[in-house]
Ligand binder design. Sequence first.
Ligand SMILES: Cc1ncc(COP(=O)(O)O)c(C=O)c1O
Length: 393
Amino acid sequence: MYDVYSIREDFPVLREVIYLDSAATSQKPVQVADAVSEYFKRYCGNYGRGAHRLSKMTTEKYEDAREDVASFLGLPAKKSIFTRNATESINMVALGMDWKKGDNIITAVVEHHSNLLPWIRLREKGVEVTIVDSDDKGIVSPASIEEAITERTRLIAIGHVSNFFGSVQDIKSISKIAKKHGVKFLVDAAQSAGEMQIDFRGLDIDFLCLPGHKGLLGPQGTGILYIREPERLSPVYVGGGTIKTVTLDEFSFDEIPSRFEYGTPNIPGVIGLGRAVNYVKDIGVESIESHLKAVSGYCVKRLSEIPQVEIYGPENRGSLVSFNVRNVNPHDAAMILDETKKICVRSGQHCAQTALARLCISGSIRASFGCYTTMEEIDALAESVEMIAKAFS
Ligand SMILES: Cc1ncc(COP(=O)(O)O)c(C=O)c1O
């Protein structure tokens, strides 16, 4: 039995506010804060750089976190790189692949800017970027991706769940298409990791990019990049931590994953992330997924009872609902929700301007949920939205 009320005991801030902005960043359980604090209080040292006890303990804990995160995601630890966020993970692929003029990349109109701009920028190098359309619910058909493939296509880059529509893309079918055509496949799992059961082992994915600070409940400043063939990707940054030998004329790269983890990493963040995935694992992703489905479904139901509200996205959605209230600027609505009822939602264009442009809108309100969201919080949102709708109509 999913006990959301006992989960909430681990998130003290939820006694103060109604937090409906988990798609931007999630709240963290006290266990994660404790793990981070323990690092600073008991064994703060640098990673992989010393023979003394604090450095050794830090390195051990950091590598334990890698094992925990990789095994949670069903990935090989050696090919799982710690990054600062999903944006960095995606850029490391865009800047690390050996592009030739005329190469082609396929992505989609619904993507977050972080899975769009790194590709669009490659146009400067003569790379062609094909941006496939979605339907008006934000679903990208695998057939449209297959149709866009040319003999110069080298990469398909798709977000698993749209952070505006909430639409869930059929990554299984897309991965089969990529494999059939010998094209590499990148998945941006920013809005699904930790919230949906995904067996990445069973999918043909070449690059998996995700942040640690959303559904995985880890600290900000953490992300993952899984690379299926890491020896074929060039590290973007070089310097301390990435090399084996250095002379004045040349250097050789360190083993994988070290060659991709430049400089001093976000050690407290990674240690917190390791604790966070174990927290999520203890609750169970399957249980979280069905809880979030119920919450999203209830939110759609409650908001659709308000005639002035327009909801975007498909029925089967991730853990978020984007909507607008007739005659109300989304930022004004978000401000009123916060000031009157301490309800925290996101408003604006959600770093997905082309997705919103698809519907000829320039902003929306977005309510998004976490393992700790209750139906009562959705009721509070719906009641306040109804009040705003009436006041402005
Ligand atoms: C779908 C999607 N991709 C990428 C990102 C970027 O994540 P980060 O801010 O961790 O780089 C986000 C963040 O909201 C997102 O929703």
